[in-house]
Design a protein around this ligand. Structure first.
Ligand code: 4NP
Length: 161
């Protein structure tokens, strides 16, 4: 089983969007028994809350489920429990590494590292910008590329391949 954890600050806007989009792509490929997805925030303010209205609205628009998703805070044990810890920006990556300390961790990267020619490397925070559609486009492209890379690396075949 391959475990992916998306990390942002509040766990209500960006990382829940990435979690829902990635799970949707995984289900489309029939790989739900091979790859699991979760998300967490480095902050504690929104623990227990569903995704932000802007995230829900864009996911509804594309008929992507976010059922059962609730904000939780990143814990030190997450860093070793997940194979891929994917931060939305450099702060999320820095805070994840800090939390791990000297303990072994999965691969810690930024989401937009999966878009080679991306002019920006940090996913802008729609909590402040209100630009949920712009974030969706980035998240979708990066998740598509990431899933392709994981399938290749772990020798997984999607439906019909
Ligand atoms: P997120 O956005 O990290 O993409 O979930 C934020 C949500 C809430 C806050 C900051 C960012 N906040 O300060 O409450």
């Amino acid at each position: 089983m391959i475990r992916i954890l998306f990390v942002c600050l509040g766990n209500i806007c960006r990382s829940p969007m990435a979690e829902a989009v990635m799970r949707h792509l995984i289900n489309q490929e029939g790989l739900q028994d091979d790859i699991v997805v979760d998300s967490a925030g480095t902050g504690h303010w929104h623990i227990g809350k569903p995704p932000h209205e802007g995230t829900r609205s864009i996911l509804d628009q594309y008929q992507i489920s976010y059922e059962g998703q609730k904000a939780r805070q990143l814990e030190p044990s997450d860093l070793s429990a997940f194979d891929y810890i994917i931060g939305m920006d450099h702060e999320n990556v820095g805070n994840s590494k800090k939390l791990a300390g000297d303990l072994p961790t999965g691969t810690i990267r930024r989401l937009l590292d999966y878009i080679e020619d991306s002019p920006v490397k940090d996913v802008p925070d729609p909590y402040y910008t209100g630009q949920f559609d712009e974030v969706y486009d980035m998240v979708l492209k990066a998740c598509e590329n990431m899933l392709k890379e994981i399938k290749h690396r772990h020798n997984l075949k999607g439906k019909g391949e």
